[in-house]
Design a protein around this ligand. Structure first.
Ligand code: SAM
Length: 222
């Protein structure tokens, strides 16, 4: 992903690669969706997993900052850009029904990294809640990022009422969610990934168990 401009922190990228590999090892199949592509940094991670599992990738963005053709050129060294389903639209114009039709099945991975406006983030979370596969996971970017306040408000507004999603880990601006029944399995897997990591200095700092919206999650302060 390094040749592609963007803000995705290496440590968050490593843990996403781990989580996607864990899905592959546990025969969790299904398409992958990202809302908010920019140049395609996190998309690159998703493409790696999708290539191995032969799953569909849907990339949704308004492409108002980086033209679609530029993004396609950037990801061309990874895959044929025409193998990706590109949706040039605002996520807030999409219903879960429309997206599921394009995805072809319930997605195993959803990256929410589009608009930072509270109501848009709330919308994107509602889409994820509607669509996520039973054993899938959601990565919400910019939670607890002090220069993306709308994301925090949107996420808190979403979890202000009971939800069919639960947090299981947080690190480097990424909040990870799954279905509530799967959260203990994902939390344990995340813990194992961090403990097995002998390379990244951040992993040595150690996880802290926290409670958020009544749910237990592993936090690695970045
Ligand atoms: C922070 S960037 C995404 C970064 C990217 N995921 C990465 O790894 O580098 C946010 C992107 O969201 C897009 N965006 C903003 N509002 C959107 C909306 N309502 N629907 C879809 N995309 C949106 C912007 O065009 C921009 O490309």
């Amino acid at each position: 992903m390094h040749p592609l401009p963007g803000w995705l922190i290496d440590y968050a990228a490593i843990r996403i690669l781990d989580l996607l590999a864990w899905q592959e090892q546990n025969a969790i199949h299904g398409p992958l969706l990202e809302i908010g592509i920019y140049h395609g940094r996190s998309l690159a991670l998703m493409l790696r997993s999708a290539l191995r599992s032969n799953d569909r990738v849907v990339a949704l963005d308004t492409f108002q900052f980086v033209p679609l053709e530029t993004v396609k050129t950037g990801v061309a060294p990874i895959v044929d850009p025409e193998s990706i389903v590109w949706l040039q639209t605002s996520s807030t114009s999409c219903s879960s029904r429309q997206l599921l039709h394009v995805l072809g099945a319930d997605p195993r991975f959803i990256s929410i990294d589009g608009s930072h406006e509270c109501d848009d983030v709330f919308w994107d979370l509602r889409l994820a809640e509607d669509m996520l596969a039973a054993r899938g996971l959601v990565a919400v970017d910019d939670f607890m990022n002090m220069v993306a306040m709308g994301v925090n408000v949107g996420v808190h507004k979403f979890f202000a009422t009971p939800r069919n999603l639960a947090p299981f880990a947080y690190t480097c601006n990424k909040l990870f969610l799954s279905r509530p029944e799967l959260a203990p399995s994902y939390r344990h897997a995340f813990e194992q990934m961090v403990m097995a990591d002998r390379i990244e200095p951040l992993s040595a700092k150690g996880l802290v168990e926290q409670t958020l919206w009544g749910k237990s999650l592993e936090v690695l302060p970045g």
